[in-house]
Write a protein that binds this ligand. Structure first.
Ligand SMILES: Cc1ncc(COP(=O)(O)O)c(C=O)c1O
Length: 381
């Protein structure tokens, strides 16, 4: 079955409801009745543990990522936290130095407190990853492309290093979505999604996923999600399922517009640098093309100074100054003051993330309107 059909119908799920409802109903219930003791044919007890709307969503995302099983949880952060519950005090996790700021905060404030040793390395350099491996290394954690620098990590290369070390490779695939990249096919063991972003795709819900390559890890994660109460609510499952139906068409159009904007930005004298993996001059261009089916709809650019960047933010009329990504509305973020505000400024500087930088999630508005909006916002900057 094609990816597009899976997005619309899920795997083998054409109208399984008794009512033949076209859409998956929202099973807004806390509990399910039992016929008699020991007989629970439908397999549902209590919504924190499992729910038919959630099950349908999990099966759909499993099919899209080519996973064995998927867990749908309350946010992308809940997904990362659940995955880290697989580790014990004293374990080491090697991770990309350049990650979503919330992930870095979780690692520094929670996981390190829990006794997990985080080793931040430049994962675009496979030799640096190899050198960081220790006998207690239990996982390698990467984002590709990364947030907000759009650095591309060799997922196959990291998978080989993880395998040799007996460790898991965990890939946050939020920026490209399963439409453009399938890390499990490249050797990853776990795939993380902030479902809030391209999967749900409408800037109207928060959700997260952990997709697992094998059933054994998935079953351990089911116990963790059940015990910590992190599962996604039926209504948010419904919204995410609804969003997924249009994932391919949204991604195609958003990516096309992102390319047009990236090219236009490279021609603007006030723009010092453009970070978009679809541009041949991007250092990760060839690698991204070898492991993904496109460059996606996320880009960053450098306005030369923080003042210029703030000027642009202030004068945008269509693109909105806001923090999320992946929806129909184009959003522009100032990483230093928003997504990465909790990261040590010295660390940010060492990664090249400066106050002059803006990150753009390209939405579904007309490309000409967005370019005209940027042009007028850059006037007098
Ligand atoms: C790459 C990436 N991973 C994870 C997250 C966290 O997702 P959520 O906000 O759904 O918890 C984000 C949020 O922006 C993100 O950009």
């Amino acid at each position: 079955m094609t990816f597009d059909t899976l997005c619309v119908h899920g795997q083998d799920h054409k109208y399984p409801e008794a009512s033949r409802s076209i859409t998956v109903p929202i099973y807004q219930t806390a509990a399910f009745s039992h016929l008699e003791l020991g007989h629970n044919e439908h397999g549902f007890d209590y919504t924190r543990i499992s729910n038919p709307t959630r099950q349908r969503l999990e099966e759909t995302v499993t099919a899209l990522e080519g996973a064995a099983q998927t867990l749908a949880v309350s946010s992308g952060m809940a997904a990362i936290s659940a995955a880290f519950e697989l580790f014990a005090p004293g374990d080491q996790v090697i991770c990309s130095a350049d990650l979503y700021g919330g992930t870095t905060l979780l690692f520094r404030q929670v996981e390190e407190k829990n006794g997990i040793h985080l080793r931040f390395v430049d994962t675009t350099d496979l030799e640096a990853v190899r050198q960081a491996v220790e006998p207690n290394t239990k996982a390698i954690y990467v984002e590709s492309p990364s947030n907000p620098m759009m650095n591309v990590t060799d997922i196959r290369g990291c998978a080989a290093i993880a395998k040799a070390a007996g460790a898991l490779l965990i890939v946050d695939n939020t920026f490209l979505s399963p439409y453009l990249q399938n890390p499990i096919a490249l050797g990853a063991d776990l795939v993380i999604h902030s479902g809030t972003k391209f999967l749900a795709g409408h800037n109207d819900t928060i959700s997260g996923f952990v997709c697992c390559k094998d059933d054994e890890v998935a079953e351990r994660l089911r116990v963790i999600v059940k015990c910590t109460g992190a599962a996604l609510s039926p209504f948010d499952c419904f919204l995410t399922l609804r969003g997924i139906k249009t994932l391919p068409v949204r991604m195609e159009r958003q990516q096309q517009t992102a390319m047009a904007i990236a090219k236009w930005l490279t021609q603007q004298p006030k723009v010092k640098k453009v970070y978009y993996t679809g541009l041949p001059e991007h250092p990760g261009y060839a690698l991204n093309a070898s492991q993904a089916r496109g460059a996606g709809a996320m880009l960053s650019f450098d306005m030369g100074s923080q003042e210029q960047a703030i000027h642009v933010l202030k004068h945008l009329k269509i693109a909105t100054f806001a923090e999320s990504l992946g929806g129909p509305e184009t959003l522009v973020t100032h990483p230093v003051m928003q997504t990465h505000r909790d990261v040590d400024p010295k660390e940010l500087a060492s990664l090249g993330i400066t106050g002059a930088m803006l990150r753009m999630s390209v939405g579904l508005e007309g490309a000409e309107d967005l370019i005209e909006d940027l042009r007028q916002a850059m006037e007098d900057a």
